[in-house]
Design a protein around this ligand. Structure first.
Ligand code: G6P
Length: 613
């Protein structure tokens, strides 16, 4: 979703800003813009479409090239279509103040009316434009310091923001503020980079300050001052970004998504490393030790999340009920908040998020805390808002995930659920021998994933056979129903093929009407207690001339008699099988998208991190 970069230092600002925007491209956007201050003037360039178009516009523009301070933005349209006028930065009337903003100004209609009555003219359909005019109003033509004008403006605003402001009257200063939308300040040598995502900062420095909600920073060439938006000074710690520049590069892969699928043996290992004690045969979760007493009292679990992380939650429902014997429900985060959820004593709310910034998921955390639940975060991005706001948590340690379609984070989310369930289960009823069996099996997972990845070329051929079919079904039962959902989601997201995921038996209650000659139907059918039933469902599809693609357990030659294609995965205990069965479906979606010529890493309309509700 929208991205922010701001720079002040010795370098040519436009280069740093464009480079930063490119690092944020993966988040999803549909227009871009940049503003550099030079010679007492703000120089603005905006465009609908890609950052490359912005670069072309800038090329040879001396007023832009000379500046060493500026702000830039990639916009993912909410209020107003993705055209040049709606792109950020937005300028005030006299062209003295420019602003970039992520988030939504909820009372913008009232503020717009107030400003229009005072004679302000609006040039865009965005909610953001009210902010720049408000700052302009409070700056009184430059008489009031920029940070004070920003504070006065923000006092009038309800909604969410991460924003950076620049003024031609104070050409060495950037003012940044945050409420509900992330902002990170990179502290380099003689330079500062402000960004909504650490990946835009890493090239310059790993030293960062994370702004909290209701905090702001005044950044000049001489240093940084941090305060609340009510002007109470706050001292902030400089922290280190854990990820390296190499990790956020594509390497030899054609797409980030493929790189991330292929990285799963390592990301799975990283989720396990240090957490499986193979000598003592126990699970050690450092992030949960401080709350072990509260955990012992947990009687009910609610998992809440969005998108792929919600599918991980659905797998978690099976895992927690089977391994820890704790009743578990799963809620879309966007629904959880508004249904007045019942939280009793002993309710633990587990929040799953790759980015740690998804607006709905964060709102769910706050709702759960408000109602007194113990909150746990299973998050990938270290230092993200959800990681900081939950009572305790476990990092996924999957490394940066850049491809919009989530892959390696999903397998790591399931691993972290298994580890937590094993720890909770062992504290209740699970025998040490059962625990040891799971520990050994979990330890073997990375190698098993490697075996599946070796079949990528075969899976590509299956994808090629059906890549022109516009409707697919994905079916599974029990633990494999969420995997069917995830397989369908992956295909939809990146190849724009319509796909539906269903519990296999539900097919008979409607979707079977869709099956016609040659329709691809993917069955997630490893050996488990529902295997025989799934064979029956396969027969039903065969009888209607659907084409059957099965994900099955190695050695299951019987299924070959029924299926048109079989992709084999190694055997594993049922709760661990989703870690394996999802991998061929990720590859199937990836190859189908590439064959169809789709933009795999930046699918249309999607955002990597959805920071608006
Ligand atoms: C977006 C992404 C999905 C992701 C979902 C939840 O929709 O495109 O890939 O699963 O958000 O994101 P989170 O960062 O909270 O896991």
């Amino acid at each position: 979703m929208c991205g922010i970069v701001g720079y002040v230092g010795q370098k040519q600002a436009s280069e740093v800003l464009i480079e930063g925007l490119k690092r944020l491209e993966y988040r999803g956007y549909d227009s871009a813009g940049l503003c550099v201050c030079h010679g007492g003037r703000l120089n603005l360039v905006k465009t609908a479409g890609r950052i490359s178009a912005l670069e072309e516009k800038i090329a040879g523009d001396d007023t832009i090239v000379a500046g060493t301070i500026g702000i830039a933005h990639t916009r993912w349209a909410t209020h107003g279509e993705p055209n040049e006028a709606n792109a950020h930065p937005h300028l005030d009337g006299p062209g003295k103040i420019a602003l970039v903003h992520n988030g939504i100004i909820e009372n913008y209609v009232t503020l717009k009316k107030f400003l229009q009555d005072k004679g302000y003219e609006f040039r865009s359909d965005t909610d953001t434009e009210v902010l720049v005019h408000l700052v302009s109003e409070f700056s009184r033509g430059g008489e009031v310091a920029l940070e004070t004008a920003v504070q006065l403006a923000l006092a009038e605003v309800s909604g969410t923001y991460g924003l950076v402001v620049i003024s031609a009257d104070e050409p060495d200063k950037l003012v940044a503020a945050r409420r509900g939308s992330p902002l990170i300040l990179g502290v380099g040598t003689d330079e500062y980079v402000i960004a909504s995502d650490a990946s835009a900062i890493l090239e310059h420095t790993a030293n960062v300050i994370y702004l909290n909600d209701n905090e702001m920073a005044v950044v000049s060439r001489d240093g940084v001052r941090t305060m609340t938006i009510d002007n109470v000074p706050v001292s902030k710690e400089i922290q280190q970004i854990e990820w390296s520049l190499e990790q956020i590069a594509k390497g030899n892969y054609e797409h980030f998504m493929l790189k991330e699928i292929m990285e799963q043996p390592q990301s799975a290992s990283q989720a396990i490393t240090g957490r499986l004690d193979l000598r003592e045969m126990r699970v050690v979760l450092g992030g949960l030790t401080e709350i072990s007493r509260e955990l012992a009292k947990v009687r009910r679990i609610i998992i809440t999340s969005c998108g792929t992380a919600w599918h991980a939650g659905l797998v978690g429902e099976f895992i927690f009920e089977e391994l820890a014997k704790i009743p578990t429900e799963v809620e879309y985060a966007s629904e959880f908040r508004y249904r007045n959820p019942i939280i009793e004593e002993g309710t633990c709310v587990i929040v799953i998020s790759q980015s740690g910034e998804t607006a709905d998921t964060l709102a769910a955390v706050r709702e759960a805390k408000e109602k007194g639940a113990l909150t746990l975060g299973f998050v990938n991005v270290v230092g993200s808002t959800i990681a900081r706001e939950t009572d305790a948590g476990i990092y996924l340690h999957a490394g940066p995930e850049i491809g919009v379609a989530s892959t390696k984070a999903f397998t790591s989310q399931i691993i972290v659920e298994i580890l937590t369930a094993l720890m909770l289960g062992r504290g209740r009823f699970m025998s040490q021998s059962t625990m040891e069996q799971y520990i050994r099996e979990l330890d073997a997972i990375p190698e098993k994933i490697t075996k599946i990845l070796e079949q990528s070329d075969r899976i590509k051929e299956i994808a090629r056979t059906y890549s022109e079919r516009e409707n697919w079904l994905f079916l599974g039962r029990g633990y494999h129903y969420p995997i069917a959902l995830e397989g369908a989601l992956k295909l939809k997201e990146i190849s724009y093929i319509h796909a539906e995921g269903l519990p296999a038996a539900e097919m008979k209650h409607g979707p079977i009407a869709l099956i016609n000659d040659g329709m691809p139907v993917v069955f997630v059918a490893p050996r488990c207690e529902t295997y025989e039933k799934v064979l029956g469902n396969i027969e039903e599809v065969r009888a209607r001339k659907g084409k059957i693609i099965c994900v099955a357990t190695e050695g299951d030659t019987d299924i070959e008699k029924l299926a048109d294609h079989v992709i084999y995965v190694p055997d594993a205990p049922v709760p661990l099988q989703p870690l394996l069965t999802v991998v061929p479906l990720q590859l199937l979606a990836y190859h189908a998208a590439v064959i169809r010529g789709c933009s795999v890493d930046k699918p249309r309309n999607l955002a990597k991190s959805v920071t608006v509700e």
